[in-house]
Design a protein around this ligand. Structure first.
Ligand code: MCN
Ligand code: CUM
Length: 790
């Protein structure tokens, strides 16, 4: 494990470091407060009637029996919502989505009606009393058939639409790429699928809506990663005045991108509260979460890689068919229909690259960007890292060596990629070298040689990833026209304790701890003395929220900047207290002292008290030390890492066992190394889950086959090895404290390492590729020379 020079300021007890999480006391004692813990007087309960069909016309809908149920207070249908102009809502990707179906149902599990009753059981029971007559239509299940001439048009709600195309998007230079391919010694190609998977957070989605008929104020407690953006969207869509909406995101039991969007259930809860005049709670169950809320991936990719015979990679050409489900509900910056897939050139110095992405509608649930995806960089990294391995096989070269040969070199940073992304900083060879050393790579290869002689299947997989996290800048990035910036407010009380108010919201990442540590590092106030307030639009400044690992890059920067503003104000107050010029004061953590006279100084607590006292305040200080800021990032941050995975495959059962996993991550300066490692552990487990176990499968009628955890598998400690982590530290040059995001890194980087290892293990069988998930069935078929498509 290497730890490079960490700036000296981090050696002091206050500030950065592996302090235990402040929030854990609450969670461990069962005092977390989640949406389902909210209970209000007179509260009613909602339940959603869902479509059993993937594609069907609604012939009739009779709710009279449900309405007659003694405990039912309201039944809301698409017709009710049409009267309020709310039957359809805008999605985050310039499309519309049915809140409750009016004309057709377009995926199994789609929302058709909403029953509000006195208790949860009655609401569920009454769903059975609703009589819907459907006329089944042919569903489009296979994305590769969605653009066939005879494919039924799913979105006939949009006038003039004649096919299932969502968008065509391309990036890079097609002509230059073709030229590079024409001149290359070697071209290798590979089709691969990144299957549809689901974030599956422990807590499902839900909302409690409470419209106060007297004040006209709507309060919504809801599972959201972006409370401010949700509030604005409720205002825009429902026409409610924004200052009369309060969105509260209480404790969140995991988000992983599942809680970025606005789901029909939330809207129905809000409408029902307005209609009934009572608070209404809606919380989905596990099957509803898996069937209807945002999935991830579903990218059908065709990669081509060009190189010289001696292993210099020249170019990449990629075609993607993206399955977006029935509505284009992907949550990503507006100008990026394929998310940040444009960074598919990965960590390599290529001459040219080009990719084309075609999005299609199918009769499946909407979504797309979720599950720790870094806005589709998961797909991009998987693609390029599989392609490099395919090329290595073609060239008969060691895949680690091929990578080392083509990685960007430290002196190339800041690096502008051939698709236009500016990588901020990195030392890639060092990270890869560290990972290979930790894994004892050469010895592993020798062991593999010996095992192969004995007929044993051992595989070694390497992957290297670069992410782009921390969206904006707002000039280039927005969601629904809202620029991607974040605010922070810092109040310092007279006794030197502080409150930091944030626009982002934690879902398990430990913000209450790490953000207090950022301020502590800047001001010398112990993190225990700094409260972090977030997740309540009435209590916090505006900002776009937590996803795309943007909290540290954007909001973390805001926290540092606002603390520095407070420090500069404290300098002025200290200068008045000490009767010296502000420029004659020096800062050491927690106090200003007079240059040349360290004994004469004032602590931040003394200064805070003075700022509230009868002290004659200097010019530029109105009183108090409080400050606020909005941070608009100048660029994304580019964390990176090198992973090595070792697997053993049982030749009789085709079961893959991950024996060892080394992960070297570089996320710049680490605020709380323990939390960072926790994020990486979680992401690596996600990666094993996707690589070996998970897929949202559908039958040919569009029936969803993974509606429970019996079918949709989550990795447990049994499938995970004891992770071995290493690190390098390359600070981000444009981030105030040099930090880069890390929350999605391991999910992004690990699947390719696992699949590369599985394919490597199967080399004696001539296997060149297997699609995820490499279940025993998939691996067995590959060993028989009959690849199985999921
Ligand atoms: N951190 C740090 N030093 C760094 C970078 C990060 O100490 N150099 C800390 C941060 O301060 C924060 C945590 O690590 O406490 C993650 O920070 P960051 O990378 O900024 O990511 P976000 O806080 O924005 O979290 C979002 C990210 C995403 S998009 C998904 S998806 C995901 C992930 O985080 N969802 C999670 N990790 C998750 N972890 C948990 N437990 N639950 C989820 O839902
Ligand atoms: Cu892409 S899942 Mo996270 O960004 O909330």
């Amino acid at each position: 494990m290497t730890t490079t020079d960490i700036p000296s300021q981090r050696s002091t007890p206050v500030g950065h470091g592996s302090m235990p999480r402040k929030e854990d006391e609450r969670f461990l004692r069962g005092h977390g407060r989640y949406v389902d813990d909210i209970t209000l007087p007179g509260m009613l309960y909602g339940a959603v009637l869902r479509s059993p069909h993937a594609h069907a016309r609604i012939v009739s809908l009779d709710t009279s029996a449900a309405q007659a149920h003694p405990k039912v207070r309201a039944v809301i249908t698409g017709r009710t919502l049409e009267g309020l102009n709310l039957a359809w809502m805008p999605t985050l990707s310039h499309d519309v989505q049915a809140v409750l179906a009016t004309d057709k149902v377009r995926f199994q599990g789609q929302e058709v009606a909403f029953v509000v009753a006195e208790d949860r059981y009655a609401a569920r029971d009454a769903l059975e009393l609703i009589d819907v007559e459907y006329e089944p239509l042919t569903p489009v299940v296979d994305a590769t058939r969605a653009l066939d001439d005879d494919a039924p048009v799913i979105r006939d709600d949009v006038e003039g639409r004649t096919d299932n195309r969502v968008f065509d998007w391309e990036t890079g230079d097609a002509a230059a790429t073709d030229a590079v391919f024409a001149s290359a010694d070697v071209v290798a190609t590979q089709d691969m699928l990144y299957p549809r998977v689901h974030p599956a957070p422990m807590e499902t989605c839900g909302a409690v809506a409470d419209m106060d008929p007297v004040t006209g104020k709507l309060t919504v407690w809801t599972t959201t990663q972006a409370p401010h953006a949700h509030r604005t969207l409720y205002a825009l869509v429902a026409g409610l005045p924004e200052h009369k909406i309060r969105v509260i995101s209480p404790d969140i039991g995991g988000g992983f991108g599942n809680k970025v969007g606005i789901y029909p259930g939330y809207v129905c809860a809000v409408v029902s509260s307005i209609v009934t005049g009572k608070p209404v709670k809606w919380v989905e169950d596990r099957s509803e979460n898996l069937m209807s809320t945002s999935f991830a991936r579903d990218y059908h990719m065709h990669g081509e890689i060009a190189a010289t015979r001696d292993g210099t990679i020249l170019g990449l050409r990629v075609k993607v068919l993206a399955d977006h489900g029935a509505f284009n509900g992907t949550a990503q910056p507006s100008k990026f229909p394929a998310g940040f897939f444009g960074v598919f050139t990965g960590s390599y110095d290529l001459r040219a690259a080009h990719c084309r992405v075609t999005g299609v509608y199918t009769n499946k649930a909407p979504g797309g960007v979720a599950y720790a995806c870094s806005f589709r960089i998961t797909e991009a990294v998987y693609l390029v890292e599989r392609m490099v391995d395919v090329l290595a096989r073609e060239l008969d070269m060691d895949p680690a060596e091929l990578r080392m040969r083509n990685l960007l070199r430290p002196e190339q940073f800041p690096y502008r990629s051939s698709t236009g992304w500016e990588y901020d900083s990195g030392d890639y060879p060092r990270a890869l070298r560290t990972a290979l050393e930790m894994a004892h790579y050469d010895e592993l290869r020798e062991e593999q040689r010996q095992r192969r002689e004995r007929g044993e299947l051992m595989g070694i997989g390497v992957s290297f990833f670069t992410e782009a996290v921390g969206a904006g800048p707002r000039k280039h990035m927005d969601i629904m026209g809202l620029g991607m910036a974040d605010g922070a407010e810092l109040r310092v009380h007279p006794t030197g304790k502080a409150v930091l108010r944030l626009s982002v919201q934690t879902q398990g990442q430990g913000h209450e701890t790490t953000f207090a540590q950022i301020v502590a590092e800047e001001l010398g106030i112990p993190p225990e003395d700094i409260d972090v307030v977030h997740g309540d639009t009435d209590q916090t400044p505006y900002g776009l929220g937590t996803y795309g690992s943007r909290s540290t890059p954007v909001s973390g920067a805001a926290a540092a900047v606002v603390a520095r503003k407070v420090r500069e104000r404290a300098r002025l107050v200290a200068s008045a207290m000490l009767e010296v010029d502000p420029d004659d004061l020096e800062w050491e953590k927690g106090r200003f002292f007079v240059t040349g006279d360290p004994t004469s100084g004032k602590t931040i607590a003394e200064i805070a008290m003075a700022a509230h006292s009868d002290l004659e305040l200097p010019e530029g200080v109105e009183g108090h030390l409080d400050a606020e800021t909005v941070y608009n990032p100048p660029n994304l941050t580019y964390p990176f890492g090198a992973y090595v995975c070792v697997v053993d495959v049982d030749p009789d059962t085709a079961q893959v066992k991950v024996r060892d996993f080394v992960a070297v991550d570089d996320c710049g300066v680490r605020i709380n190394p323990m939390i960072v490692e926790g994020q990486i552990h979680g992401g690596l487990a996600d990666g094993i889950g996707m690589a070996l176990m998970q897929v949202m499968a559908f039958d040919s009628d569009g029936n969803h086959l993974g509606g429970s955890f019996m079918d949709y598998l989550l990795p447990t400690t049994m499938e995970c090895p004891s992770w071995r982590l290493g690190q390098t530290v390359t600070p981000s040059p444009h981030h105030p404290i040099g930090a880069k995001g890390v929350g999605e890194s391991a999910t992004v980087g690990s699947p390719a390492a696992v699949i590369n290892a599985v394919v490597d293990a199967l080399k004696p069988y001539g296997v060149r590729h297997v699609d995820m998930p490499a279940t025993p069935a998939v691996v067995w078929r590959a060993m028989q020379g009959r690849p199985l498509r999921t």
